[in-house]
Design a protein around this ligand. Structure first.
Ligand SMILES: Nc1ncnc2c1ncn2[C@@H]1O[C@H](COP(=O)(O)OP(=O)(O)O)[C@@H](O)[C@H]1O
Ligand SMILES: CC(=O)N[C@@H](CCC(=O)OP(=O)(O)O)C(=O)O
Length: 300
């Protein structure tokens, strides 16, 4: 197939624009969180997989952490098990935990591994239990509505937070040229499993790996104000204001919290980007046009 001169020039310009980014990010670790809501159709899933493979081929170290909230919800519904959320976290009793492990560690993890491998990459899927990758503890939730009893703790079951990330498994996979694909399930020292919000896992893994970037793919254009305008470059105090006035709620709460924590630790930048845009990752990394909300540590 021969190209006309304009198309050839356009392709050359795109590749040329990518060059400084490739030079800058070669050898760097990029943690990408693939949200369950971003996995909406086959074409988008394939474009996600190909972006990850391309990153690997140009010398970056992509590490994938995935969610699967809607997929867990669908199976719970089929099984007639009711599901409830507190501040974006799924209340998880032991029956729900079994379903979470089945869906995240089984179906969704293997789907993503298969997707990457089918497109020509080499992915290996693990949960936080493999190699004790994610040591977890039970998440304590304060009941903010308890008035005088504001210190009252709400029990949301086997929901965990990351206590420690043991990166041996990830290091081993990266050094053998595999792409790690991680399901957000943690385990405590007694072997109890915990359901952990995938954004929080991605953030902690990015911190521990001292990643260059934490990229959170979701089903909105980014963090938005009440009119739907995408916000970017916000300070911590502005974000706190948006949480207080209810602009940030539900599933955006863990996303924004982990992005702020990550950049305040060691991660250079966090990005909340629209997973519904084909090749959103490539656009964000390799071009001058960002496609979502950028969060950096602008308060140091
Ligand atoms: N200020 C906000 N800007 C954008 N989305 C928001 C905001 N506050 C809450 N949300 C909600 O957060 C959702 C994204 O979180 P979530 O559903 O958990 O996605 P994912 O599965 O990608 O993690 C959006 O679909 C939206 O409903
Ligand atoms: C505690 C908690 O809420 N865990 C999440 C884990 C999956 C997840 O985070 O999936 P998304 O990224 O697709 O939302 C859940 O049970 O839905």
């Amino acid at each position: 197939m021969s190209l006309d001169q304009n198309s050839a020039l356009r392709i050359a310009q795109v590749l040329n624009e990518a060059l400084p980014y490739i030079q800058c990010f070669t050898g760097k670790t990029i943690v990408v969180k693939f949200g369950g809501n971003a996995m909406i159709d086959e074409q988008l899933q394939n474009s996600f997989a190909r972006d990850i493979i391309l990153m690997k081929l140009v010398g970056m170290n992509p590490v994938v952490v995935h969610g699967g909230g809607p997929q867990i919800g669908q199976l719970l519904e089929k099984l007639n098990i009711e599901s409830r959320f507190v501040d974006g976290m799924r209340v998880t009793d032991s029956e729900t935990m079994d379903v979470v492990e089945m869906v995240l560690g089984g179906t969704v993890n293997k789907q993503i591994v298969n997707l990457i491998n089918k497109n020509g990459g080499r992915a290996v899927g693990v949960t936080g239990k493999d190699g004790l990758l994610i040591k977890a503890r039970k998440l304590a939730r304060k009941n903010e509505n308890a008035g005088l009893h504001a210190s009252e703790i709400i029990d949301i079951g086997q929901v965990g937070e990351v206590e420690k990330v043991n990166i041996d498994v990830i290091d081993m996979l990266i050094h053998s040229d595999f792409i790690p694909v991680i399901a957000p399930i943690g385990v405590d020292s007694n072997g109890v499993s915990y359901n952990i919000n995938a954004d929080l896992v991605a953030g902690k893994i990015a911190e521990r790996l001292r990643a260059e970037k934490l990229m959170l793919l979701t089903n909105v254009a980014g963090l938005q104000d009440k009119e739907g305008k995408v916000l970017t470059g916000l300070s911590t105090s502005q974000v706190e204001g948006l949480i207080k006035d209810g602009t940030i709620y539900g599933g955006m709460l863990p996303k924004i919290t982990c992005a702020l924590d990550a950049v305040q630790a060691s991660v250079i930048s966090a990005h909340i980007i629209d997973g519904r845009v084909p090749h959103a990752i490539l656009l964000e990394i390799f071009t001058n046009r960002g496609v979502g909300t950028l969060i950096t540590n602008n308060e140091v």
